[in-house]
Design a protein around this ligand. Structure first.
Ligand SMILES: [Ca+2]
Ligand SMILES: [Ca+2]
Length: 209
């Protein structure tokens, strides 16, 4: 009787360990982020804010808002009068694509109100093709947005977060650019509801609670 109880205990413990391992691996998904300082814990280092047209804006490190770590980037937009989405964009230099490889660009954003955000990866030379272009709406909660595409050519690119369609200020955190399909970010418990999917590009939105 005692031997049977021990056996049952061992089986139960083994199952618990197995479940723990499965649970851990499902939540510990880490990607090889091609971006530098994607989590903005090093302030705004490595990031550029393109300001074109008549846009008036500036970016700064924010210690008051973050979805990962303790900092994010805050983009204070005074005016987007006379601009297009691409006139005002957060981006990073020094990246390239390899033809035939699938990439995902994802980010977390929180705004001071509803506002459009356009994310894509732009070829950094003629003909300036765009990959994975996705228009989403940020709001006052932290949301994760992502777009996945397969590169048609090899060459330098700029991962872009275009903000020229609204002067509503916004925080951005944990931007990731990596090879492969979307991998759930390591973070708070969340629900996933993909927004759309096509043959080569799909995108989604994840709410954080
Ligand atoms: Ca951060
Ligand atoms: Ca503003």
């Amino acid at each position: 009787m005692r031997a049977l109880s021990s056996y049952r205990l061992m089986v139960t413990l083994s199952l618990l360990v197995l479940l723990a391992v499965i649970g851990t691996s499902a939540h510990a998904a880490a990607v090889d982020n091609l971006l530098r300082n994607g989590d903005f814990e090093d302030g705004i280092a490595e990031w550029e804010l393109r300001i074109g047209g008549d846009a008036i804006a500036e970016m700064a490190s924010s210690e008051g808002e973050a979805i990962k770590g303790s900092k994010s980037v805050y983009i204070n937009i005074s005016s987007v009068a006379g601009t297009s989405a691409w006139h005002l964009s957060l981006y990073q230099e020094g990246h390239s694509l390899t033809e035939g490889v699938t990439y995902t660009l994802s980010l977390w954003a929180k705004a001071e109100g509803l506002r459009p955000v356009v994310i894509y990866v732009e070829q950094a030379d003629d003909p300036w093709d765009e990959y994975g272009r996705l228009s989403v709406e940020a709001n006052t909660q932290w949301l994760e947005f992502w777009t996945t595409f397969t590169a048609a050519t090899t060459g330098p690119v700029w991962p872009r977060i275009a903000l020229g369609e609204s002067d509503v200020n916004i925080w951005v955190d944990n931007v990731r650019f990596y090879e492969g399909e979307y991998v759930e970010d390591v973070g708070p418990e969340s629900a996933v509801s993909p927004a759309g999917k096509s043959a080569t590009t799909w995108a989604g939105i994840k709410k954080s609670y």
